[in-house]
Design a protein around this ligand. Sequence first.
Ligand code: F6P
Length: 342
Amino acid sequence: MRIGVLTGGGDCPGLNAVIRAVVRKGVGQYGHEFVGFRDGWRGPLEGLTRPLGIPEVRGILPRGGTILGSSRTNPFKVDGGVDKVRANLAEQGVDALVAIGGEDTLGVATKLDELGVRVVGVPKTIDNDLSATDYTFGFDTAVNIAMEAIDRLHTTAESHHRTLVVEVMGRHAGWIALHAGLAGGANVILLPEREFDVDQVAAYVEKRFQTQYAPIVVVAEGAQPVGGQLVLHNQALDAFGHVRFGGIGQWLADEIEAKTGKEARTVVLGHIQRGGTPTAFDRVLATRFGLHAIDAAHEGDFGKMVALRGTDIVRVPLAEATTVLKTVPVDRYTEAEVFFGS
Ligand code: F6P
């Protein structure tokens, strides 16, 4: 078979590890040929390719980003987009696709599969919010980066008797905030799943100052105050209808400063969370996803996505990948509340 590979959506540490595993096993064990499609679904849409063989995947295991490039292109939002994708796949002699992405990229894969395009999906997102898999690669790296930042912020916050508000990624699911906040010993953690009371946050901050230590508040970009509104970077929508989040950290620091009379500053971690080399956990998970994805393609088991269940990699219908967003359950948040303000 000649198999196309693409990576779509926000980049994520571990993408290259998947590509490497797919190609290494696909060529070495099964004798398939590969072509790389550039920049997510823009590649098949516009016929943008690059060679993808064993030499191209040498040395990429520890590299962040994706050698194939990425985009948030949605062929279903382009006039004649699906026909163009089909035509380009045919022109390239591509029999099947391995699509590596989050809910948007895999949503396109699901629809294309229903239209007869042969696709296997690999789940990716630093947000860890795909319900069909216990973990997505990239999440562990993002959490470790945020945790290290929080560790550093504790010492400077204490020196200056300041509140430091750390804004992390997470539009609708607060997994990064929850895990990084717990691992980094944050004094307040705020998630998109639960509206927060800003007076309560200020009270936690005051209480923490009374211990002679300084408060660290971790806030997910999608968190919002009770009766308030999401803070958005701007209102423009991408091809999948998403707005750009960002700004809740600064808003919250201003509120905390006004309510406590003590200085509060913000650190927005932004794309630092997505950049650089993957952790060992993410390299292993990404590699295993890649190995199992090429097995599925080789066996002709299309319309499936590989997923982690416990320690096993299983195959689930592609449609399952995108139906339910995995958010933080109430009891997981309640566990973390023990540490708030102390
Ligand atoms: O979905 C992954 C993610 O990193 C989100 O946490 C974040 O809101 C979004 O992507 C940012 O995307 P972009 O880099 O395209 O602005």
